[in-house]
Design a protein around this ligand. Structure first.
Ligand code: XMP
Length: 533
């Protein structure tokens, strides 16, 4: 396995994902995890290499992050990327200086092919016969003098030492970012590092992982019972399927219906898990309890708090009935774990992972988090390997408070019913409409559902006038929202084709009595958020 020390770059997780994509397990830890931890890590021979990530700091300033010295004493290959290269240079006796200008974006560097890392890898060859790489750079500082033992591995005019290598000790460093796709040969370079230089085998794959994870869960929980809050979302569903594969009937899922789910969601979850997979699922219909407490409440934060609180209460009451349960399973995934660890270090509050309302802490249960090593893509792959349908595994995310944040102002059962119908029509049309594809058969067809990251309808509790046949209507408005995003932190509104929007609008107005107007939300995030509340 490969250990990645995180110096705070936005793209550290990408390093781990790329390494895993080439079949090698990798783990991200904060750079200051400690000398002793580094000395002990993977001491059974499993640690094959270390990668130092990029980061926002400057090694030219005194109190900035450094790699534990043990990194350079473990006797395994080390690859420094960007800040990782600079700290490697500084710590091993080279020199780093602050650049006058930041170099950001596309660049071409000459790759010196005498090194094991870059030998024979290039994007094009110049007239002089120099192999060149198209790379992505993002740095202010640069290495001005290589440490003893290093030779030049890559260079260009802006950055004369863009890569360096000490082949003896198998220390390599690059100023550019091989983990981003803009560096065309990035994956090839990372693969060269982990396979040929570190000697890792390609043994990170889903079928093997399922076997390992199943065994691990069995060893961990033994004969004890496990409870899991099933929401119908990807993470809790995959966690349920995996744990069920491991321990069968000893898993009990609690599915709380707060009355703010999408159309037929309860049925879908029960069919898939209880009927098809034979999982024990307790379906709690708590609609009247939730809606009762939400009556008259219009403030978005207040609504969220009530939904969260009620969820915990209902879940806890159900959990207390399951007498043999000793474990609470959660669908925590790797990005949550990395984020929590990183924030913890700097003294920020740890993000408590919550699929719906929050973690019932006083249940006195041990925590089982079987997805905590996996990235979202891997969770999806795992779901498919466990036999969950593609449609479920590639579902858009759905917020814990559900339609509660998509009905503006006070939540009423009537509004939720109208919204559910409108939303279902929108989603159905997105699933049924293919994205125009000028390349024809060259690329697989994709639906607008898959081409958007999240899409839904929002209920606006305002009435407007319309005409229907000979009559005048005075009914509610629905807004459609569809966004495209990588990380949900920023998002673009999706440029859905007008005929698709027209079809959705017609169908909603004709089929959902009570709605006579449909509008499309064309706000980006920021400044708008994805949800309306
Ligand atoms: P916003 O609206 O903040 O949403 O742009 C970003 C992403 O987070 C989801 N979201 C939530 N998920 N509980 C959740 O589990 C919540 O309270 C919540 N609020 C927003 C939202 O659907 C989008 O994917």
């Amino acid at each position: 396995r490969i250990l990645i020390l995180d110096f705070g770059s936005q793209v550290t997780q990408l390093i781990a994902r790329r390494v895993r994509e080439v079949g090698v397990f990798s783990e991200v830890v904060p750079y200051d995890i400690g000398e002793e931890t580094i000395r002990q890590y993977g001491n059974d021979g499993s640690l094959r290499g270390i990668i130092l990530s990029g980061g926002p700091s400057s090694v030219t300033e005194g109190d900035t992050p450094r790699a534990p010295q043990a990194v350079f004493e473990r006797g395994v290959p080390v690859l420094g990327i960007c800040y990782g290269m600079q700290t490697m240079a500084a710590q091993l006796g080279g020199k780093v200086e602050s650049g006058q200008v930041r170099e950001f974006g596309y660049a071409e560097v000459r790759a010196r092919s005498h090194t094991a890392l870059l030998k024979g890898i290039n994007d094009f060859v110049t007239a002089e016969g120099h192999g060149m790489l198209k790379v992505w750079m993002s740095h202010g500082d640069k290495v001005a003098e290589m440490p003893p033992g290093f030779s030049l591995m890559a260079s260009n005019d802006a950055c004369p030492i863009a890569g360096m290598a000490d082949e003896e000790r198998k220390f390599y460093a690059v100023q550019f970012h091989p983990e981003v796709t803009h560096t065309v040969q990035g994956k090839v370079i990372l693969s060269r590092f982990v396979h040929e230089i570190c000697g890792c085998k390609s043994d990170w794959n889903m079928p093997d992982y399922v076997e390992e994870a199943v065994q691990f869960i069995r060893d961990q929980v033994g004969d004890e019972g496990v409870i899991l809050g099933l929401s119908g979302g990807v993470d809790s569903s995959v966690a349920a399927a995996l744990i069920h594969r491991a321990i069968g009937d000893k898993l009990t899922c609690v599915f709380v219906d707060h009355g703010l789910l999408r159309l037929d969601e309860g049925k879908m979850v029960m069919d898939m898990f209880a009927k098809n997979l034979g999982v024990n699922v307790i379906h709690v219909d708590a609609t009247s309890q939730f809606l009762g407490h939400l009556k008259g409440v219009t403030d978005p934060e207040e609504k969220r708090k009530i939904i969260g609180r009620e969820f915990v209460e209902v879940f806890q009451a159900e959990a207390a009935k399951i007498s043999n349960a000793k474990w609470l399973a959660q669908g925590t995934i790797y990005p949550d774990v990395i984020e929590s660890a990183g924030k913890d270090k700097k003294g920020h509050t740890i993000k408590s992972h919550h699929n719906v309302g929050g973690l019932p802490e006083d249940l006195n249960l041990k925590l089982l988090e079987p997805l905590r090593e996996l990235f979202k893509d891997e969770v999806r792959e795992l779901g498919l390997a466990l036999g969950l349908p593609h449609e479920m595994v590639y579902r858009h995310p759905f917020p814990g408070p559900g339609l509660g944040v998509r009905i503006l102002g006070e939540i009423k059962a009537e509004y939720a019913d109208l919204l559910r119908q409108a939303d279902a029509i929108f989603i159905e049309e997105l699933r049924n409409t293919l994205v125009d594809n000028p390349l024809g058969d060259a690329v697989p067809p994709m639906t607008w559902y898959d081409a958007t990251s999240q899409a839904f309808a929002v209920f606006l509790p305002v009435k407007s006038v319309g005409v229907m046949g000979d009559g005048r209507t005075y009914d509610y408005v629905v807004a459609l929202r569809a966004v495209q995003t990588q990380d949900f932190m920023t998002a673009h509104w999706a440029h859905l084709p007008h005929d698709l929007l027209g079809r959705v609008s017609n169908r909603i107005i004709n089929e959902v009595r009570g709605i006579n107007r449909v509008v499309y939300d064309i706000s980006g995030k920021p400044p708008a958020t994805i949800e309306w509340e």
